[in-house]
Design a protein around this ligand. Sequence first.
Ligand code: NZQ
Ligand code: ZN
Length: 385
Amino acid sequence: MLNFDFYNPTKLMFGQGRIADIAYEIPRNARVLITYGGGSIKSNGVYDEVKAALTGYEVVEFGGIEPNPLYETLMKAVELVKTHKIDFLLAVGGGSVIDGTKFIAAASLYDGDPWEIIFSRGTVVKESLPIGVVLTLPAAGSESNHRAVVSRKSMNAKISFYSNSFFPRFAVLDPVKTYSLPPTQISNGVVDAYIHVLEQYLTYPVNAKVQERFSEGILLTLIEEGPRALAEPMNYEVRSNIMLCATMALNGLICAGVPADWSTHMVGHELTALYGFDHAATIAALLPGMLKALKDDKRLQLLQYAERIWGLKEGEEDAVIEAAIEKTREFFAAMHMKTSLSELGLTADNIPEIIAHLKAHDMVRLGERKNVTPERVRQALELSL
Ligand code: NZQ
Ligand code: ZN
């Protein structure tokens, strides 16, 4: 096992009816900015519950944070924070709203050009305003981690960045609030969480038995409950388990002491920046090809994955690995995801510009061994067509 620090200060407030408890977590004299997306919280009752819970607080609102949040939009919220002297941010929504709010929290206190926060990948961030979260879409894991991903339209760029000051103070996880999700977002969430686990599990062995078995528990739960969430959208137990999977997949627990890959995610961000696909759509289409291209580097973990998740162990190693990758692809397809770049409408003609964007964003040494060069990504993209 590798050396590690495990730090996660976010208080998880899980269960039905928990929005009412946020007032216990936000200082009484705080001036609160509620941030949200395109309006789903207004039609499913979440907004009303949040407003009721904040009775007596000075509250300002900023709606309209789009999926794959834009720097250009978020800067308007930074102005609002300064005008109203906001000192607490409450993000109500999915990964995009939460990530966008993390940027707002840092940019509001940053003296230089706010783009530096993103472009430096968070290294210039010294402090951020405190954030609370009411999660409505289990997927990104942003509700209890220190990451954010923000896009800048004028540059066709989508960049992830980090700061320990981004950890939300609390996150309300009420499974009932996910009942209103459209099927596409249920699928996106399940597959995003699944791939988060694989990016941390399919690397090379370091004898991290606990982390691996936590990971396997999340993968098996998602395989079991993902299709059920589509079939039985009002099943509280199913939604509860999925919600916990998504949070645990990316809150630092399973990556403590193990190597991590993230190359599928980094290439996926370029696909969203270039063509506007949903985040999960990009990585579901990329992952099978990436695993095929990188199977020699990942051989031992792929064999363990094949056996422990899919019960595959008989036969030639390569055939077992191929079968495990195919089972993974079939699971994504069962979740109604497109599982190749051609299904997304891309062709070999798109590959050069994807590679050019990776290079422009310095994504030239990816993966757990830092050996996933643009040339290897090109091979993976060809295998993903
Ligand atoms: O905007 P509204 O109207 O709220 O609608 C949203 C949005 O259209 C809708 N939605 C959310 N909750 C709903 C709902 N609709 C009905 N009922 C509900 N309860 O879902 C749509 C998608 O929302 P979004 O927040 O974009 O989805 P997701 O949570 O998948 O977040 C995706 C973003 O997270 C980033 C992605 O790159 C992408 O930008 N990620 C962030 C990570 C992190 N911070 O650690 C890691 C991830 O790998 C990922 O990169
Ligand atoms: Zn993701």
